[in-house]
Design a protein around this ligand. Sequence first.
Ligand code: QUE
Length: 351
Amino acid sequence: MNDISMTSSPMTETDPPAPDEILADIHQGVGRILLNRPKALNALTTSMVAAIDDVLSAWERTPLKAVVLAATNPKAFCAGGDIRAIRENSLAGDAEASERFFATEYRLNARIAEYPVPIVSLIDGLCMGGGLGLSVHGGFRVVTENAVLAMPETAIGFFPDIGASYFLPRLPGAIGMYLGLTGHRLDAADALYAGLATHFIPADRLGTVMDALADSQGVPIGTLLSGLSGPPPVGSGGLAKVRGELDHVFGAATLTEIRERLHCLDSAWAAATRDVLDAVSPQSLEITHDLLTAGRRRTLRQCLDADLRLTRTTIRTPDFLEGVRAALVDKDRTPKWQRAPWAEGASSSAV
Ligand code: QUE
């Protein structure tokens, strides 16, 4: 084993060095990058995304069969960006530090999408926001029975970033708009159904993936992963059953029309969805609807550029500071948004 334990490099003199948040090695022609910040569910810091980008950049000049992205922690692949730190930066008047984080993270997302070697993410546990940015832009996303995937940013006054406005609108029907606006959590079966995941492999068989890739001998990676995969657990999934309603409601052209269509439906799904949309940030709903609509006609790089522009304003807004406070700082889960529930007075934002 050619072990090069990476100590992530500080971005500035003021960022403390963060030892071993990323582990990287090469084993029989397969690169492996492990997220190793278990106490924070692998929430991404600037030094982590910079370290991953550095490793991938260095490995572009190495002939590899594949790169595997995984976590040392069985509970979480990656909870997202270190959004608590972003809020603290805003409160301390250092939004520039956050801008460095997002710029580095989105550059990494683009590198993953364009990477010359197949990237295989092993998602065993929580994968939200920035975690999807690491995995979805790569070619292969393996989920286990522990996987939970979501873009939950509207709940914290933010918006689905990391190029989600590229991949969400390209999911079947109106699934992407539904996921982006509501933050709905997908289990393994639903992640496969939506197309965010490509293969299901039981958690106790994940350990065989590295060896199988190393021994692949020209077998295509998709075929190889299919050979290790099986059906997701019985009883999981649920998205397929509401697809008709979901496409009808979230296929509407405006937020106002989405609301009207939801109110016309008399189902448990419609009632639950209304409750979620009433609880999240009205500002985030508007930004997200506009962003995902515009993303249909944008390239990934254009989507990431739009994300970066939007972060500059969004992270300074009261809804973002309040949303992160309620979800991650005080954990009271009762954010007080600046505007009345989404029902009233939708206006358009420039995305
Ligand atoms: C929405 C989000 C995030 C979230 C919760 C939301 C997010 C994120 C985290 C998170 C979770 C655990 C941690 C941590 C961050 O939670 O992006 O540092 O230990 O990173 O409702 O977008």
